[in-house]
Design a protein around this ligand. Structure first.
Ligand SMILES: C[S@@+](CC[C@H](N)C(=O)[O-])C[C@H]1O[C@@H](n2cnc3c(N)ncnc32)[C@H](O)[C@@H]1O
Length: 323
């Protein structure tokens, strides 16, 4: 080993030690906090130490460790961090999944498949269950930063017609159905997401009748729903930052296009209805003034759970819009 290589290894070893100490402490605290609520998925670390650019997530005895890649480390960095965290929490290495996350990347990169294992585990969140796949995609199937928002949806769902746009694996819809929504409609253009959402609904004993899953482009769905005079009292709109259009004429960019998207959603909502709108774009500026609504308030401080309250970055922002 050359002297610079030795120095680098020494630096990595120190970082691994710091990360392990931090995660061990955090786990002790969070496991106690969430065990009582039957929450098995939570974040243990999110770039809290500036030079350790990673996120560490606990999934019911498994670990997902993602490096926020900037190509500033050599390939052994992430495995070293993974091994240190695994040892600190007594997790066998075969239950540790290492990933790279590209910051500011377009959604295409984010949704690319990493592997084809199709291995899934079931995790619980309160009294609900969800399938997660820790190997095959960057995202696992459950965005646990929105578990409080899901609970808000459940509390408001009784007797409501609920629309879930960009539904992904349907976790918001499962909560709405459990909260006695009159009907739920979940829309996503990905066949995999729609199948997964159906499986999550089955897992939670939610019947197909009254809980539709629609594989469609959001804007195509919105146009069709308008033509059919469909209306809703509760909606979740959680789009990706960037998405190609079904019509291939105009790509969706959250920064510019959220007013148009929300106007189309508002036009389907009954008077007094509620829309939860969320984005994880890091430089988002809301333009909600032109919407024909009664009120819009940012509720990010309520929707971000304790384990995601990182000072470094806001995992998502969320608005409650009253029509
Ligand atoms: C950030 S995820 C949504 C997360 C989801 N709300 C949740 O809480 O689990 C984005 C989803 O949008 C879907 N999507 C992207 N572009 C779309 C489009 N134009 N129409 C419909 N769905 C789209 C993707 O397939 C993906 O499932």
């Amino acid at each position: 080993m050359t002297p610079p290589e030795f120095e680098l290894q020494e630096k990595y070893r120190n970082q691994a030690q710091m990360l392990a100490n931090k995660v061990r402490k955090r786990f002790k605290h969070l496991r106690k906090r969430y065990a009582g609520q039957n929450i098995e998925v939570f974040r243990l670390y999110d770039w809290d130490i500036p030079e350790i650019r990673a996120a560490v997530d606990w999934y019911a005895g498994y670990l997902v460790i993602a490096e926020y890649t900037r190509k500033q480390t050599t390939p052994e960095w992430l495995p070293m961090m993974g091994a240190a965290v695994a040892e600190a929490l007594n997790v066998p290495l075969e239950k540790v999944h290492l990933k790279e996350r590209f910051l500011g990347g377009r959604e295409g990169i984010r949704y690319e498949r990493l592997d084809y294992t199709d291995q899934r585990i079931v995790v619980s969140e309160r009294d609900l269950f969800f399938y997660v796949n820790l190997c095959d995609y960057v995202d696992t199937g459950l965005f646990s930063d929105h578990r409080n928002t899901r609970q808000l949806v459940r509390e408001m769902a009784d007797g409501r017609d609920f629309l879930n746009l960009y539904c992904y694996t349907g976790s918001f819809s499962c909560y709405a159905a459990k909260g006695s929504a009159r009907r739920t409609i979940s829309v996503d253009r990905s066949e995999t997401a729609i199948r997964w959402a159906r499986e999550n609904m089955n897992l939670n004993g939610i019947c197909e009748e009254g809980n539709s899953l629609v594989q469609a482009d959001t804007f195509d769905f919105l146009k069709k729903a308008k033509r059919e005079n469909q209306t809703f009292d509760l909606a979740v709109v959680d789009p990706p930052s960037f998405s190609t259009s079904g019509e291939k004429t105009h790509d969706f960019d959250i920064l510019e296009d959220h007013p148009m998207l929300l106007a189309a959603v508002v036009s389907l909502m009954k008077a007094g209805a509620t829309i939860f709108f969320s984005t994880n774009h890091q430089n988002f500026m809301p333009h909600l003034d032109e919407l024909e609504i009664a009120d819009a308030k940012e509720i990010t401080s309520i929707t971000i759970p304790e384990d995601y309250a990182s000072k470094k970055k806001t995992i998502h922002r969320c608005w409650q819009i009253t029509v």
